[in-house]
Design a binder for this molecule. Structure first.
Ligand SMILES: *[C@@H]1O[C@H](CO)[C@@H](O)[C@H](O)[C@H]1NC(C)=O
Ligand SMILES: *[C@@H]1O[C@H](CO)[C@@H](O)[C@H](O)[C@H]1NC(C)=O
Ligand SMILES: *[C@@H]1O[C@H](CO)[C@@H](O)[C@H](O)[C@H]1NC(C)=O
Ligand SMILES: *[C@@H]1O[C@H](CO)[C@@H](O)[C@H](O)[C@H]1NC(C)=O
Ligand SMILES: *[C@@H]1O[C@H](CO)[C@@H](O)[C@H](O)[C@H]1NC(C)=O
Length: 715
């Protein structure tokens, strides 16, 4: 990408350098995939260091074609985790990593997986006689090869119901409240919801809590039928919470309380919009509330029920221990091999996985290809780079979670960052999430990457022109493989994707044909993700001082605190956090000063090297300060006090999960009890922020607050 390279040269550069650079680039473009020449840039301390970004970008010529070929190969058939079909893409990934010259490793686990057995759905007349059999297939115009798994919810229990149905809109708390106002409840009935009410496992749990005996969830009218997992309470194998599901590992029993909490209590099934409409049209009862119909399934008749028709639903789950396989490509760092920059994407798919997840796999393989060429040209990363291809993500991030659990101590002390890409491309527009110390780096690299859709612009420009400007999500979701890295292990994380959503999510429509026709016809969005992902990794692996900015982190925490006080009637509880945030900000300023000083020193001077290593240790470990060893209350696996998901999956808070939980659990407490429970959680977050400030400074904690405990003990 010549434009990007020229843009990075300082304006006052000697003409000769530009001419030389151009010559190199031209020869690179001509030579294409031959080993690249030594592109260099001036280092802050004088002298020249290899410009690995320019090298990496120079390997983009023709990459869209090879990414396309990889995607085609990866999506030739379905490849559900734990099935024989999973072997093809695994062999492809392993072959590509080897061909690139990377050291490869594999790791196998045997988690409990869940597949569909027999299922049936019928509509009965009020007297119990058969009115119509309903289809549980995807829409008829989809050709479903025999090997494609029928739509189902993984870990939904076997069971069934012959009962009246109630239409519950999106199945959120507010929908049940609306039903209650018109005198309709779901106790003993089958809830029929349409997709869009948040995590599907949460929708099922909410229905169970309201007394429903089964749940049917309708897909989009323009889509297929959405498969997916309905486990609760976090990622990973449900029988080995906190440790790896290796073949001989301890497994909890199904009657263990911790295990029971993870499984839904009632059977459920995804259905097509057509099937749901057929049921709803047969319902009487109060009319469907006007505001439900607007964005709904387009039902033109019927009420919300219950009845008068009956639904007859049966389901048999097929639970099995199956082997899954994570695959790794490793490049050992030349100076700090014990520091890991980790890139990850999952490989398993519900159907063909052209978007989810193999658009990301094809990008990962192109990064491997480029790093392989760079290695041949003599480049070596300062720190180790690990490319990960996870299995069984669709069953609840199992491949990544088991690996993180197995290697937790090592990752705690050595992991720099985890960079995740799941659905690399599902449409137009760049979206990203990260922990705040990585914001600046993320924005920075998008200035070097050409926008795939607007000629002459960089991703940064179009990102900035989106509604509301550049916005970076905080990663409190648990729907991809960053969850174990961030929420459990406290490793700074990033998640990247093009396009917010697509109609074929988890359906038979997620195929190579869709990608080629609609998703990314020229594979240039794939290329953009590959470049952003790769450049992030290279900066994290090669920058002498880690490109983490904790001032941004402190400002973000300040914003969270302000948002929290606005939510609470008594903001005194929150005010105490401000002092700790200021302290973190002060520590971050000291870090930046030290980093500047280090830039003045010779890169290879032994003293500078020691100081740099020490500063990098502080930066590396600061995020770990946000972990609470015993985890969140009642949810021990989630250890991150700033960014874990809140327990109430409908909660709007995407930060401070312990505080969010205390608020949502305080409904029936007295004002005073409520204050105490929230205050306790606020203190936990405050102490975590204080720990981070100490870690950044590399000092023991300071006694800098006046203490007066006599007020506590006097009656
Ligand atoms: C499905 O039903 C058939 C016939 O009743 C039975 O033989 C089979 O075991 C069932 N499969 C599962 C997974 O329950
Ligand atoms: C409900 O469906 C199952 C499976 O098809 C069938 O065995 C059962 O007899 C049906 N129940 C009623 C009441 O129709
Ligand atoms: C790759 O991108 C170029 C534009 O940069 C385009 O002309 C070409 O057709 C694309 N290749 C494929 C295979 O789509
Ligand atoms: C609050 O209500 C929940 C049920 O909604 C109950 O489990 C809990 O014990 C109640 N707590 C108190 C303090 O009454
Ligand atoms: C400590 O608190 C008590 C009770 O609130 C107060 O009477 C006392 O003056 C305080 N002492 C100091 C040194 O601030």
């Amino acid at each position: 990408m010549p434009h990007a390279v020229l843009a990075r040269l300082p304006p006052g550069s000697v003409r000769l350098v530009i001419a030389f650079g151009l010559l190199l680039l031209v020869s690179l473009l001509v030579l294409r995939r031959r080993p690249a020449g030594p592109l260099t840039r001036a280092s802050a301390g004088g002298g020249r260091i290899p410009d690995t970004a320019a090298l990496f970008l120079s390997l983009s010529a023709g990459a869209n074609a090879s990414i396309k070929a990889d995607l085609r190969a990866l999506t030739a058939g379905p490849h559900l985790a734990g099935t024989a079909d999973a072997a093809g893409p695994a062999a492809h990934v392993l072959g590509r990593l080897r061909a690139a010259g990377l050291q490869t490793l594999t790791r196998e686990y045997s988690p409990l997986l869940s597949y569909p057995g027999n299922a049936s759905l019928a509509l009965l007349r009020p007297d119990g006689s058969l009115l119509a059999r309903l289809s549980l297939d995807e829409p008829a115009d989809e050709v479903r090869p025999r090997r494609l798994v029928p739509p189902y919810h993984a870990y939904a229990p076997s069971g069934g119901a012959v009962a009246e149905a109630v239409y519950v809109n999106l199945g959120r708390e507010e929908d049940y409240a609306a039903l209650e106002r018109i005198g309709v409840g779901v106790r003993g009935r089958v809830a029929v919801a349409r997709r869009g009410g948040g995590y599907r496992g949460g929708v099922v749990a909410r229905a169970a809590e309201k007394g429903a005996v089964a749940v049917l969830i309708a897909g989009r009218p323009d889509g297929g039928v959405e498969r997916g997992v309905v486990l609760l309470g976090g990622p990973g194998d449900p029988l080995t919470p906190g440790w790896a599901a290796t073949g001989r590992a301890e497994r909890l029993g199904f009657d263990d309380e911790a295990v029971k909490r993870r499984f839904p209590k009632i059977p459920s099934m995804p259905v097509s919009a057509e099937t749901a409409v057929e049921i709803i049209r047969s319902l009487g009862g109060p009319a469907i509330p006007a505001d439900w119909q607007e964005a709904g399934l387009g039902v033109d008749a019927g009420g919300v029920g219950p009845g008068p028709t009956l639904v007859n639903f049966t389901y048999q789950e097929d639970r099995k221990f199956e082997t899954i396989q994570d695959i790794f490509g490793v490049i050992k760092g030349s100076e700090e091999p014990d520091r890991y920059v980790i890139l990850g994407n999952h490989r398993d798919a519900w159907t063909y996985g052209a978007v989810d997840p193999n658009s990301g796999t094809a990008s990962l393989l192109d990064i491997a290809r480029r790093l392989g060429i760079m290695l041949q040209s003599g480049w070596k990363p300062r720190r180790s780079i690990i490319l990960c291809s996870w299995d069984a993500e669709e069953f609840g991030m199992i491949g990544s979670t088991e690996w993180v659990e197995e290697n937790l101590a090592d990752l705690h002390s050595k992991a720099v960052a985890y960079l995740n890409v799941d659905c690399a491309v599902q449409g137009v527009g760049f979206f990203a999430g990260s922990t705040p110390q990585l914001d600046k780096l993320l924005v920075d690299v998008t200035r070097q990457v050409k926008d795939p859709d607007v000629m002459g612009k960089m991703v940064h420009d179009t990102w900035n022109e989106m509604d509301g400007g550049i916005s970076i999500e905080r990663l409190a979701r648990t729907d991809s493989d960053f969850a174990p890295f961030l929420h459990h292990a406290g490793i700074p994380s990033v998640d990247l994707y093009y396009g917010k959503e697509f109609p074929g999510y988890h359906t038979a429509l997620d195929s190579y044909n869709w990608m080629e026709k609609f998703g990314d016809p020229l594979f240039l969005r794939h290329l953009a993700i590959t470049e952003i992902w790769g450049l992030l990794a290279l900066r994290l692996a090669d920058d002498p001082v880690l490109p983490f900015d904790y001032q941004v982190y402190a400002s973000q925490l300040q914003e969270h605190t302000n948002a929290l006080s606005a939510l609470m009637s008594n903001s005194q509880a929150v005010n105490l956090m401000n002092g700790f945030i200021n302290d973190l900000s002060g520590a971050a300023t000291e870090v930046l000063k030290e980093a500047k000083k280090l830039q003045q020193l010779d890169l290879y001077d032994e003293h500078a090297r020691m100081r740099r290593r020490s500063l990098n240790d502080h930066l590396l470990l600061a995020e770990r300060s946000f972990l609470q060893a015993e985890g969140l209350q009642g949810r021990a696996w989630f250890k991150h006090l700033l960014y874990s998901p809140p327990e109430d999956y409908e909660s709007k808070l995407s930060f401070f999960p312990g505080i969010a939980d205390a608020i949502s659990r305080s409904g029936n407490l007295s004002a005073e009890e409520r204050e105490v429970s929230i205050q306790h959680e606020v203190w936990k977050v405050s102490r975590a922020i204080q720990r981070a400030a100490s870690v950044l400074r590399g000092e023991f904690s300071r006694q800098n607050e006046p203490s007066n405990l006599s007020s506590l003990v006097t009656p």
